[in-house]
Design a protein around this ligand. Sequence first.
Ligand SMILES: [Zn+2]
Ligand SMILES: [Zn+2]
Ligand SMILES: [Zn+2]
Length: 601
Amino acid sequence: MLRPKVHFFIRGLEEMVVGIGGDADATRVELYPSIKHGKDARPLARDSALFPVLVCRECGQHYFERKYENLELNQTGRRVELLNGNAQGDLLRGGNAWWGPTSADSGTKLVMTNRLLEEGDEDEESAADRKLTKAYLCRDCGALHTNPGEKCLAEGCGHLAALLPTYLIGEKVSSCPTCRALSRKIGGRTLEPVRSVRAVTVSDVHILAQEMINAAPEGHRKLVVFADSRQDAAFRAGWIQDHGRRIRLRHMMLEVIRKADQPLSFNDLTDKLQGSFQRDKKLAEALLPEMFEEDAAIIFEQRNEWVRVGKALGYMVLREFTSGLRKREVLEALGLARLEYNGITAEDSGVSAWAAMVGMEPEDAVQGISSLLDNWRRSRMLFVPDDPIYSRYHPKDSPYLQSGILPLRDFTPTGLVLKPLAQNRARAKRWRNLVNDKGSGALQVLLRKWTRGQSNIDAMKWAEFLWDILTTNLKLLENVILLDSRGKTLADEVWQLNSDCIKVVEQSGRFRCKKCQRVTSRPSPQNLCMQRNCDGTVVHEEPNFEDYNVSIMDRAFTMVNAEEHTAQVPGTVRAKVEQDFKSAKGRTNCLVATPTLGVGS
Ligand SMILES: [Zn+2]
Ligand SMILES: [Zn+2]
Ligand SMILES: [Zn+2]
């Protein structure tokens, strides 16, 4: 009997572009599915003013890019200096400098964005765009200028309209300023955190591969993906493998959370994952191959492989629950899990006394305080007693950083204080204060929002009482010492949320602000959005089962285990991979090959 086989051919789509408009204060972007669509909608714009679009794989932040003639970039941190432009007048006395757009094969690429998505934090300094460099674009030809102006200076354009502000990212996006996603090295290639919105991407191939493997009947879960080139094959195999394991781990976490008869601490969750790995070592090897490599004992300075695995799993759990909800695929953002904090209940004497003082229902106070703690946790102001990874800088050569298990390369430890600290002012600020004498502290603003319409508002007094409850009564906030990468003290009067006081529970649904779209795992007092400058209201939403990330969490699934299968892979390795793929019990169920090298059946 012949088994039916289905062949899919996936072809790239055309490149999506944006056109820019608006005024000198704010740039608006308009998205078009192709240059042709853009030109139809904007007959005046030249091709060079329709910018190709990029998006962050993790958070969806958009960027656009263009190449400029003679442009040189000098980049330090987030600051971008533009060099070698065409000067017009004295730059210090109202002059300007400009760079003209060029074709695809010359010039220097520059990635920009008109607006950063807010990370969903009430912090006053979270507007990361303030740290970025601004430049100004011509809406008609796309020319770049260092200063604002009423007219394009580029040769052959001179369009009379206000130049539009844009934020400069650099020649490429090595880390997403919105969600901090970093580039990764996979299969010998560097994968930037952004992708162009064009061809069907590897992630789509992964989704398709995953779906096809799941849909196949037991015993036939094998798939061959053909890639255009050898590099492409290596890249796809690596990406599919890496992404597959993150989804698989998340699926396992959710299974553990759903089976538990009581809320789980991060340590409970880690132990249970570890238990299932110890029962199925093959799965452990598939998901955390780094921990089982020959040199792993030396690299990770730990001889016992299960201790290594436990530590890696602990980090994966913390990572899942310290990501901002802009990362759309984490369990809280999907509406599948929620976190609770020891003692924050309507029955607690401190919480109910506070609610009475503020004039809130105790249940509202519970949601409000928990939302605050959610924010601090996701801002990684988290103290992990056994291994305080968020209370220090990490050396660049840390094996857990290098292997990508602990993505804290750009991490800055931060703690909370009630009132601003005077002594630290001169040095880099490693604390975030909740109140200030002007009354504009984040917590004061929020408390006034929650009690809108009430008469006797004393936000300072309420904040002080709440701080007392969190630090003294319930001890949810812990006095910590922040360290530099060599263990020297950076700050010692700051506080972080103790991770041992947090429990994970199952949930179905999430809350979304109708105005700014911010997602949270719980309602807020008066259903008002917690975002500092947003006056939107928050509504409940069921988990979206149309979303691939949600739907895959709700089904049993077979992980895609991809291996590269091309002429570049040594013959002996290839033979082993082939044998494993053909064996009914083999781990490999997906081969990524080039069309020239067939697989005998
Ligand atoms: Zn122009
Ligand atoms: Zn991002
Ligand atoms: Zn909002």
